[in-house]
Ligand binder design. Structure first.
Ligand code: NAI
Ligand code: MG
Length: 340
């Protein structure tokens, strides 16, 4: 029995996690689930956004299933998600953007973005100078770049992808992004030679444009933290919206799975949140835990549900709320399981 740490969070986070647990439950998996509270609710109860107990539960489990958290209006706030990424060394953020039905996608996209997850400008190193200017520091290390580049090419090999594009801003950030690009091509030679994986590179501003205009020029993108955060939301826009985008945060010893969206206070507690990103994140978790057949049941069933317009979620113009969509998906999974 493998143990999953469940962090529902708040806003739509807890709604999409309820739906996801409902789906996992009908797959009859050798998993046990342990919930923990982090974020604003934890701060109100315990005086800490991420308690030591929550962190040690997360690090003791085989994987973490995470919903979403609202950022409070508190200057001292450090996101528990970032703390989990740093403490558990979850350096690779895998963000697939896969179109489930061309009828509601702007592009029949099948893209994977690999985002460096432990460095960049997300370290919270901001300070105010005497003249009132704010300085934000950004970390880019050779080891961090090489680690994410190797991860991307290894992912490409094991998932039969064709091309990896390095996205950067090396024309301006010549030392940091310049090093990232140089290391990328240093590795690309070997991977291309032995595994026939193509490689190219693109400036991040141009990449944002190409993603809108000609998204199929990309197969996989490897990029630094901030660029990956932004481009993955843009990619989600091409496949129906943020409700469709799953992700995995992977380290050497730990892994956390979460939809890429936030707590969406504008739609919280209305039964309209799309749980697909969270459910597909759980499918990625099953792949990580070597339950690939069960993961495939989820992917195939989600696709089957979206082939019927009567079962579409509200974010793409359908009529189904979170609970009704989950009910349809459960039925589809039971049917597929019976036929296999
Ligand atoms: P958001 O991702 O929560 O929402 C952006 C837009 O996408 C909204 O229009 C929302 O309604 C829609 N959306 C998001 N999830 C959806 C779903 N499952 N189904 C249908 N539509 C969905 O980003 P926003 O509004 O900028 O941030 C809200 C809060 O979440 C903030 O406090 C922010 O700091 C936090 N946040 C947390 C993240 C996390 O916990 N991983 C990531 C991003 C933001
Ligand atoms: Mg984001």
């Amino acid at each position: 029995m493998q143990k999953i740490c469940v962090v529902p969070g708040d806003g739509v986070g807890s709604e999409v996690i309820d739906s996801t647990l409902n789906i996992l439950e009908c797959l009859d998996l050798p998993l046990s689930f342990e919930r923990t509270v982090v974020g604003i609710e934890s701060f109100e109860k315990n005086g800490a956004y991420l308690t030591d107990d929550a962190l040690s539960l997360a690090s003791d489990c085989d994987a973490i299933l995470f919903g979403a958290l609202t950022t409070p209006n508190d200057r001292n706030y450090v996101s528990p998600l970032l703390l989990l990424r740093w403490n558990l060394e979850l350096f690779a953020n895998v963000r697939p953007a896969k179109c489930l039905n061309p009828e509601f996608c702007l592009s029949p996209l099948d893209l994977v973005i690999i985002r460096e997850n432990s460095e960049g400008i997300y370290g919270g190193m901001e300070r105010e100078l005497d003249d009132g200017k704010i300085v934000t520091e950004r970390i880019v290390s050779e080891a961090g770049c090489q680690r994410i580049i190797d991860f991307a090419f290894k992912y490409a090999i094991s998932n039969s992808r064709k091309k990896v594009s390095c996205v950067h801003k090396a024309n301006v950030l010549r030392a940091s992004d310049g090093m990232f690009k140089k290391l990328f091509y240093g590795s690309a030679v070997n991977y291309a030679f032995y595994n026939k994986i193509k490689s190219d590179d693109c400036l991040v501003d141009a990449a944002a444009m190409y993603l809108c205009k000609e998204p199929d020029i990309f197969d996989m993108i490897v990029t630094l933290n901030l660029y990956g955060d932004i481009l993955s939301d843009e990619a989600a826009g091409l496949i129906g919206g943020l409700g469709f985008a799953p992700s995995a945060n992977i380290g050497e010893e730990h892994a956390l799975f979460e939809p890429i969206h936030g707590s969406a206070p504008d739609i919280a507690n209305k039964d309209v949140a799309n749980p697909t990103g969270s459910i597909l994140s759980a499918a990625m978790m099953l792949e990580y835990l070597d339950m690939t057949n069960k993961a495939a049941v989820i992917w195939d069933s989600v696709k089957a549900v979206y082939s019927d317009k009567n079962k579409w979620t509200k974010d793409i113009g359908g009529n189904c709320g979170t609970e009704e969509f989950t009910w349809h998906l459960r039925n589809e999974i039971n049917q597929q399981a019976a036929n296999r």
